[in-house]
Design a protein around this ligand. Sequence first.
Ligand code: A2P
Length: 290
Amino acid sequence: SIPTITLNSGHTIPQLGLGVWQAGNEETETAVRFAIDEAGYRHIDTAAAYGNEEGVGRGLAAASVPREDIFVTTKLWNADQGHDAALAAFDTSLNKLGLDYVDLYLIHWPLQDSERILRTWDALEEIAASGRARSIGVCNFEPHHLRLLVEAGKTLPAVDQVELHPHLTQPAVRSFAGDHGIAVESWSPLGGTSNSGWGKDSKPNTLLGDPIIARIADRHSKTPAQILIRWHLQNGLIVIPKSVHTERIAQNIDVFDFELDDLDLSEIATLDDGTRLGAHPDEMNLAAPE
Ligand code: A2P
């Protein structure tokens, strides 16, 4: 079974989940149902900005596992930051998902406006108090954004979901988060897609074809994706690889019958070259693409 991490909210999160970024509603529905019923996933990660919360909701409804056994995350889009806007956007997300609560509600990006981040966070604290989000957290927060919440004496986020993979291991975020009891989730854990949606910043996936990863995969008779997923798990990270293909969805959870050893980990450690696939959090603003 999938290991869990206990969050600072007291709730537990399965350390491995299914990501659905860039999947349309129909393929999302199929992927979610398959992941839960056929592959054994118990954790789905979506966002309002992905445009597929309805597909996630239909997939959850079609699956035969009870709601309380699934961990569901969604995220607040940038344009909906601010206290009242966040409350309204959360209602919309719940409706689209067809749920009466989510397990985790995240601020998708920090805006370059500290006051607005704090008002948004107030709204998330209210949502948590109402029980409609079991845990609340953030995405793409750098230590200076997290410090804003610490210094304002707020409830600290249960998680910070950031771009994280062997090319971008995020030591500063992980150290700050670790010191404050915030769990770290990795997005684009496999190195993302060649069609990352960031226009001119779009970068091809160079991790799944990396020769070092391939050599380690050969040594374990596993695939490069499985090696990368193990790397996240063994680093204590929550990992949400995205796929809409059934054989890959199944492959990505078939990672509990082997372990990376010290040699593997030291070889992977040479890969951090700071390559970022998505936007830098300090450059995100309201006009940015989804
Ligand atoms: P697809 O959905 O077509 O399978 P991320 O790092 O954002 O999780 O990106 C995963 C990307 O890699 C997606 O484009 C996904 O595409 C692809 N992918 C997911 N699992 C595997 C796998 N096991 N082997 C190869 N590619 C994969």
